[in-house]
Design a protein around this ligand. Structure first.
Ligand code: THG
Length: 261
């Protein structure tokens, strides 16, 4: 599983405070800790409350790049903020994200071509998140077609089937699992699949348990990448163990140690 660390997000109080105080230390610590815990890339999101989103994105990318050299997943619904992040990341980036809406794909997909980086496509359109797997697949197909038209390889497209809080919408987790399976038949080679895992447990009790169990289920249904908290070591152990049991990684007696960095 390709692990994208979720913690550099202004949605978290510690990160929000550090952005407001322009204090790089807590963010650089989160960057180092997440990579040490196994993150292959780091999500960078200024959060909803930031007054100067452009400045905050540029600063977050610059201070993160000082301490780690993994790709940075530039997470913003605003294409201006996204461009600032991509520019600061100097080519080592992932675009998070476009929806399947025409106007958004027209703005975001050329950025993926220009900066030659992978792009996450959310199965969301003007009507929002579809109710079931078939609705998600219609949008996923539009995302795949649009990438092909723009000359973006389908293997550089990550389809995000959009997991939502289980406490509000209990039918969604199963629909998302079905979507993950169906994505493999979209094209040859197929697009990759990704989820922002922690959404599933927002507002719920037993958050970590819900996250861990669902990650295992998603991996068994073909998930390739996930935005997660890599500092949850049991979550990471669950992912490593799943990949051994799914025969995606070779078994050895000390497999947890072997697959931890
Ligand atoms: N898909 C894609 N990108 C995404 C998401 C997605 N980016 C953002 C998000 N979803 C994934 N990242 C998070 C980060 C934090 C939380 C959930 C998902 C979270 N935060 C606590 C909360 O809201 O309760 C904050 C608690 C605190 O303040 O400490 O749960 O789906 N492509």
């Amino acid at each position: 599983m390709f692990v994208i660390g979720e913690r550099i997000n202004g949605m978290f109080t510690d990160v929000k405070k550090a952005i407001q105080a322009q204090d790089p230390a807590p963010i650089q610590q989160l960057a180092r800790d997440q990579v040490a815990a196994g993150a292959n890339a780091l999500d960078i999101n200024v959060g909803p409350a930031s007054p100067d989103k452009l400045g905050a994105m540029q600063w977050l990318v610059e201070i993160t790049k000082e301490v780690v050299d993994v790709p940075l997943c530039i997470d913003s619904p605003n294409t201006e903020v996204m461009r600032v992040g991509l520019e600061a990341a100097e080519g080592n980036a992932i675009i998070n994200s476009t929806t399947g809406e025409e106007e958004r794909m027209e703005k975001v997909l050329p950025l993926a071509a220009e900066y030659d980086c992978p792009v996450i496509g959310l199965t969301i359109d003007a009507e929002g998140v579809p109710r079931d797997a078939n609705g998600r697949m219609e949008i996923a197909l539009r995302l795949v077609s649009a990438c092909m038209e723009q000359g973006i390889s389908t293997t550089d497209l990550y389809i995000d089937a959009v997991i939502l809080p289980v406490n509000a919408l209990q039918q969604v987790p199963q629909e998302v699992l079905n979507t993950l399976q169906m994505c493999k038949a979209l094209s040859d080679p197929p697009p990759k699949t990704i989820l922002g895992l922690s959404n599933i447990s927002q507002g719920a009790l037993h958050r970590e348990l819900i996250n861990r169990i669902y990650l295992v289920m998603a991996l068994a249904n073909g998930l390739d990448a996930a935005i997660v908290d890599p500092l949850d070591s049991e979550l990471m152990d669950a992912a490593i163990t799943s990949e051994v049991l799914l025969n995606r990684n070779v078994y050895c007696d000390d497999f947890l140690k072997a697959y931890r960095k």
